[in-house]
Design a binder for this molecule. Structure first.
Ligand code: HXC
Length: 262
């Protein structure tokens, strides 16, 4: 069922592909709590929709998201932040979304906006995208995983430099450092690239795609030996899927696989 949202737009632009576009232009998509609630609702709906197999999360050309909402955070007390688990709901995206999520970043991706993009499974950006963790300039620190995910992505020394100075980095740097999988010369090319990749993923076996995402993500949490063992268990498990039989039979017969997604 199509809901109406205040801060996001939701669409199904390609077969099997869902898109969420952050849409709070007056505040450069600053991530206020109601926006995050809507984002979680939309992603939950895509997660449970059998017609959606991959998701693109985008902002506008000018801003992916300029951070958590500074005006909302300014008066918060420790007790309020602690007892309401402020920001914790952002993590729902990483814990309950089993379908691949591609972030398409153009313009500002600062603070919480940068952290949100880093939560995606694949990050694409424009060459001129403006990433950064400027929290230090506000007298605070990253609070939605930036100190952990950015450090894993770029290494300790570079992450320290970025987080301690608050300086921005470009889409070109993001691509060079491996934060972004690809960069594009324009917003249009970015969206075309993100939707094209989502469509390619959506054409694969759903069960295999879910398993592949799960095992790659394990690499971020487990030691190598445990991660390799985890991968092998899941790999063995896929011999119990119909799609493994369908895929390998189609190869032998030189045909295109028609997935059962089972
Ligand atoms: C609330 C914001 C905002 C934000 C921009 N706006 N960023 N409102 N929270 N994070 C609002 C501005 O107040 C302004 O509203 C409108 O958006 C347009 O912004 P301008 O500043 O006029 O635009 P511009 O001059 O083009 O500058 C763009 C900008 C700048 C460089 C991105 O807006 C900026 O520095 N924003 C803050 C970036 C930041 O520090 N992000 C980290 C936040 S801390 P009005 O009403 O004046 O028109 C954070 C903590 C994360 O994210 C930890 C947990 C998640």
């Amino acid at each position: 069922a199509r809901r109406s949202y205040e801060y996001i737009q939701v669409s199904e632009p390609r077969p099997g592909v869902g898109q969420v576009t952050l849409n709070r232009p007056k505040a450069l998509n600053a991530l206020c709590t109601p926006l995050i609630t809507e984002l979680n609702t939309a992603l939950r709906a895509f997660q449970s929709s059998s017609s959606i197999s991959a998701i693109v999360l985008a902002g506008s050309e000018r801003a992916f998201a300029a951070g958590a909402d500074i005006k909302e955070m300014a008066p918060l007390t420790f007790s309020e932040a602690y007892t309401t688990a402020f920001i914790e709901s952002w993590s729902e995206l990483t814990t309950s979304l089993k379908k691949p999520l591609i972030a398409a970043v153009s313009g500002h991706a600062l603070g919480g906006g940068c952290e949100l993009a880093l939560m995606a499974d694949i990050l694409y950006c424009t060459t001129t995208a403006n990433f950064g963790q400027p929290e230090i300039k506000l007298g605070t620190i990253p609070g939605a995983g930036g100190s952990q995910r950015l450090t894993r992505a770029v290494g300790k020394s570079r992450a320290m430099e970025l987080i301690l100075t608050g300086r921005s980095f470009s889409g070109e740097e993001a691509e060079r450092w491996g934060v972004a999988a690809r960069m594009f010369p324009s917003y249009e090319a970015l969206m075309e690239g993100a939707l094209g990749t989502a469509e390619l993923i959506a054409a694969h076996s759903k069960v295999a795609v879910q398993a592949a995402k799960e095992v790659v993500n394990k690499s971020q949490d487990l030691a190598l030996r445990d991660g390799v063992e985890y991968e092998r268990r899941v790999f063995h498990g896929l011999f119990g899927s119909q799609d493994q039989k369908i895929g390998m039979k189609a190869f032998a017969e030189k045909k295109k696989a028609e997935w059962s997604h089972q």
